[in-house]
Design a protein around this ligand. Structure first.
Ligand code: NAD
Ligand code: MG
Length: 384
């Protein structure tokens, strides 16, 4: 049976997830996918190259001032060109079968919501959509019949492991964490690290911000909140375990004492392809696990004194309401401050805690402007 090609848009095509997504498309059968929109921000040359190679219908840069550069880079093609925040949202709102939501940070929320309103498949890499606006985002998915498939490797693992099982029988989920480059470091030594050291992840190759978030374990903090919304869990049903090898991508405990896990090499093309080709599985040329060579899998409890981000996430899970949006907005501002060299590595968690104290009890934001409003207030408190 010849299948219709699936149309795909990639929001954040020039980033780490975007590039891996196009790599996966390059490995699929000819004609399996067509590319509608590709969006990027500052890397115009890469965006133009991608649009030409994958015959995109439209290429959009979020940076309004780069319109001419992109137009010029795509001259001689029939590819439509646009620029600016609203142009990204407009491109995201064009109907497609699958949208890869891979913009980093809360900047991805408005475009991803626009895509949700078309009711296709949303392959969600942008965890911030759920962290900042969980209920709003899920309400919109339901109202518009959109299918939400998690791309974050831990959540993709849990999604795979839950398939076909009775949700009532789930006791808890266990998110694995690599522990990042500072897993075994003393706190005093962590205080003086630079963004460059923090960005060097031992197992995964990812964008700058998520790499540093992995080093502070704020990435796991976001993922705990992401899991709460995505799988509708109570705070005590969300466990975190450090697993330095990043082979077990996460697990689900069932009430009969069984634990089911998803394993694989640390390669984001696996969860990306899962979401793009769901409910089928495409053949992928990724490394195969060699268990004899691996020999053993290691686990250890996270140290919440050296990684206070985990305790802050627990607090956000318990408080609910706007706490996820506050934690994320404060974290993004603190991270920008750390990258710019204005605050230290350990100051990030302190700033986030201060914002959570100041904005505790704020109501849950149920519209986009309310989410953006609370995000702005959290950033103002952090002001690094
Ligand atoms: P990245 O920094 O490599 O890429 C980000 C993309 O977003 C780029 O295309 C960039 O041009 C675009 N972008 C940045 N700011 C923008 C703005 N203001 N408006 C519009 N577009 C903008 O990030 P990444 O590592 O690919 O991560 C993307 C998302 O996926 C993040 O939410 C991250 O947490 C999540 N994620 C990433 C990985 C990974 O392995 N990289 C794994 C799990 C989840
Ligand atoms: Mg992850």
């Amino acid at each position: 049976m010849v299948q219709e090609p699936r149309s795909v848009s990639i929001l954040g095509a020039t980033g780490s997830i975007g590039v891996s997504t196009l790599d996966v498309l390059g490995h699929t059968e000819d004609g399996a996918f067509t590319v509608e929109a590709l969006t990027g921000a500052s890397n115009i040359a890469l965006l133009a190259r991608q649009a030409r190679k994958h015959k995109a219908r439209i290429a959009v840069t979020a940076d309004e001032s780069r319109y001419r550069d992109l137009k010029e880079a795509l001259s001689g093609t029939h590819i439509e060109v646009a620029a600016g925040r609203n142009a990204v949202i407009e491109a995201a709102s064009r109907p497609v079968d699958v949208t890869m939501a891979a913009i980093v940070g809360i900047a991805g929320l408005a475009p991803t919501l626009a895509a949700v309103r078309n009711g296709g498949v949303i392959a969600l890499a942008n965890k911030e959509c759920l962290v900042c606006a969980g209920r709003l985002f899920l309400n919109e998915c339901e109202a518009h019949g959109a299918t939400l498939l998690p791309v974050d490797s831990e959540h993709n693992a849990i999604y795979q492991v839950l398939a076909g099982h009775d949700r009532q029988a789930v006791e808890s989920v266990v998110l694995t964490a690599s522990g990042g480059p500072f897993r075994t470091w003393r706190r005093e030594k962590m205080a003086t690290v630079t963004a460059k050291t923090a960005a060097a992840h031992p197992n995964w190759s990812m964008g700058l911000k998520i790499s540093i978030d992995s080093a502070s374990m704020f990435n796991k903090a976001l993922e705990m909140i992401e899991a709460q919304h995505l799988f509708q869990l109570a705070p005590e049903q969300i466990e975190v375990i450090v697993h330095p090898q990043s082979i077990v991508h996460s697990m689900v405990r069932y009430r009969d004492g069984s634990v089911l896990a998803q394993l694989g090499p640390p390669d984001m093309r696996i969860p990306i392809a899962y979401a793009l080709t769901w409910p089928e599985r495409a053949p992928l040329p990724v490394e195969r696990l060699d268990f004899a060579k691996l020999a053993r899998l290691e686990f250890e409890a996270p140290d919440e004194t050296r990684f206070p981000s985990i305790a802050l996430a627990r607090r956000a899970l318990d408080e609910g309401k706007a706490a996820g949006a506050v934690l994320n907005g404060a974290k993004e501002a603190a991270l920008d401050g750390f990258i710019a060299g204005r605050i230290g590595f350990l100051d990030m968690a302190e700033r986030v805690e201060a914002a959570m104290d100041a904005l505790a009890g704020e109501p849950e934001p149920l519209a986009l402007d309310a989410v953006e409003g609370i995000d702005r207030r959290a950033r103002e408190i952090v002001k690094p």
